[in-house]
Design a protein around this ligand. Sequence first.
Ligand code: SF4
Length: 323
Amino acid sequence: MIKVENLKKYFPVKRTVGEVLLRVPQRFVKAVDGVSFSISKGETFGLVGESGSGKTTTGRLILRLIEPTSGKIFFEDTDITKLSKEELRKFRKNMQIIFQDPMAALNPYMKVGDAIKHGLEIHNIGGSNQERKMLVMKMLERVNLSPPEDFYYRYPHELSGGQRQRIVIARALILRPKFVVADEAIAMLDVSVRSQLLKLLIDLKNEFNLTFLFITHDLATTKYICNKIGVMYLGKIVEIGDFKEIYTEPLHPYTKALISAVPEPDPKRKKKKIIPEGEVPNPINPPKGCKFHPRCPYAMDICKETEPSLKKVKNHIVACHLY
Ligand code: SF4
């Protein structure tokens, strides 16, 4: 359903002293630097990595909420990088996003029922105002905000964080999209609410036959929802594979580190921490060679000079000189 080819997003860095813009050679943050992957229909693809890895930028590029520097993005057979603004507006119905912060995603001056109905109006779905209102009521019930009349006329600040996120989910799904990007969709919620929202997303995914890009820094969450995982580090994919294989037999040292950081529910079983804590390098001035080498316990001389390319190892795709 989704195919991303060599996607890049470079943000120019402004260098100033006070208010004065310096005339120095232009530098860039390579937020996404040549990312390629595909997501099959009905699949949930987990994009994981620390903050600053480029996963959120990748999600927004795929929906063309920001413009790529270069690369191709196919939705079914359409290269959406080639769509005009008007074509893209119509196309957006198929692709929706659930943002991390529901308070920021909702208009504080708009009743939540009207906020959900607004999408139906923009895309001319549902006929009369009354019919649209009925659709909104049904969707409110579906995301477990019941009775719906109690929620339709409320403002976002009158709801809890979990209820607001249910509104954001309802607003995305009422358009019956085929593809949804969930960008840290449960990360800001209390732990007790997180599992309920995760279950709701899984149920809705099955019910609406959705394809998901599930962006998260928390690898533990992916085990409940993802079929496939892509691990990002400093703007690059370093490993892709089937969820179970990545989880049971990670190949890239960074993937191993992420998995070793997932809390172990059984206190008697202690995990060995594979990689010492360390800072993600400055993305304006990333290290030469493998970008992970300053933190990698397996680093060899070649790692400091030559960037590894992705290759197939067992059933994984991995970028590491160990293989
Ligand atoms: Fe570590 Fe070298 Fe592999 Fe990079 S290429 S992850 S530094 S072993």
